[in-house]
Design a protein around this ligand. Structure first.
Ligand SMILES: [Zn+2]
Length: 367
């Protein structure tokens, strides 16, 4: 699968020191592949983000001469040593809990911020500069990977994608972004994504589903929203913390890291990714309305995906993305707000009197 090849490529180029950050970025990139196979995306996330740490038995076990771990005293015949948490709790005093609580509160306070367009409060300690650097690394590699299939800027598809992007960008204030769009000739790939730093990739396979510029604005609005909201940095923060928590819990309770890793993946990571996706849908809808693209096109786009017989979807609970039906339902709830922005801006009149304003793609296949 395409995204798996990209993941392998990313892991090759990332310096060792940045490996963790890059795994998180891979997760973000994978999750921004809104329109790729859900099943393969899920496999990718579970493999990369929460690969359990390899602890053969327990950290408290003694290392045997043959290199394996032994969780029993007296050469495996004695009782199992109590876990570290038992020792800590038996010696803990009230002030220890106060200090830990104050430290955690201070950490949370100084590292939380609000997503401007939605007002959602979230934890993020990755700097914009670091996010841009990782995005730049990924951009160079993806560019090299697809160099032979990138359509020239003069190609009609490249022109129309650039035109839509140029109308959306003023609605999206992103520090340090240098917007650039690349259309990749791959009719079998229904995908589009934007890297931190504003590098946009659109695969030709998604264009028939967009149908026209309004539909394309729905796709690009969603992807740009991920960059505006710095979802990559938020995802990296989450992964750093989860990995730390998984390590500490496995040490404290003397259990395999696999258990807390899978619990945190299903209970924290996946739900949080779905929150980001829903947020990008909301923001994208508002941005496209502000740019005078009909917000109803977003719902029509998802409906076309739902109707497509080739689309396979795993259950929402197991996915980084909401189900397509959930997205349509949520978008419908936001539609009135977006329509008000669209109508108040005089967009409806402008579009009716300027039929060329929304040019349709020359579809190379019927849906
Ligand atoms: Zn997305």
């Amino acid at each position: 699968m395409l995204h798996q090849r990209i993941e392998r490529m990313l892991s090759r180029v990332v310096p060792q020191a940045n490996q963790r950050s890059y795994i998180a970025l891979q997760s973000r990139i994978t999750s921004t592949r809104t329109f790729a196979s859900h099943t393969s995306r899920f496999r990718s996330v579970s493999r990369n983000v929460h690969r359990p740490q390899s602890r053969t038995f327990s950290s408290s076990g003694r290392r045997c001469s043959n290199g394996s771990y032994n969780r029993f005293n007296n050469s495996g015949r004695g009782p199992r040593a109590p876990p570290l948490i038992y020792h800590l709790l038996s010696r803990a005093r009230t002030e220890h809990f106060v200090i830990i609580g104050l430290g955690a509160s201070a950490f949370y306070y100084y590292n939380t911020e609000v997503v401007e367009m939605t007002g959602r409060r979230r934890l993020n300690f990755i700097s914009v500069q670091h996010e841009l650097e990782l995005g730049d690394q990924a951009y160079r590699e993806i560019l090299a990977e697809h160099r032979d299939r990138i359509l020239p800027d003069s190609h009609p598809h490249a022109k129309v994608v650039r035109r839509v992007l140029e109308r959306l960008i003023p609605q999206a204030r992103v520090e340090g972004a240098q917007w650039r769009v690349h259309v990749i000739k791959a009719d079998d790939v229904r995908n589009a994504f934007v890297l931190p730093g504003g590098k946009v990739f659109v695969f030709t396979g998604i264009l028939p589903f967009c149908k026209d510029e309004d539909g394309l604005a729905a796709v690009l609005g969603h992807e740009i929203a991920h960059v505006v909201a710095h979802h990559s940095a938020e995802g990296m923060t989450r992964n750093y913390l989860l990995r730390s928590v998984v390590t500490v819990v496995s040490l404290l309770f003397d259990i395999s890291a696999m258990i807390p890793a899978y619990l945190s993946h299903y209970l924290i990571n996946l739900p949080n990714s779905r929150v980001q996706e829903a947020e990008a849908d909301d923001m994208g809808l508002i941005m496209m309305a502000r740019a005078c693209y009909n917000p109803e096109a977003a719902i029509a786009f998802w409906q076309r995906l739902v109707n497509n017989k080739e689309e396979h979807e795993i259950h929402q609970f197991l996915s980084t993305h909401p189900s397509n039906e959930s997205r349509i339902h949520a978008l419908n709830e936001k539609l009135n707000t977006a329509q008000a922005i669209y109508l108040d801006g005089g967009c409806k009149m402008a579009n009716e009197y300027m039929p060329d304003f929304r040019r349709a793609f020359a579809l190379h296949r019927e849906l």
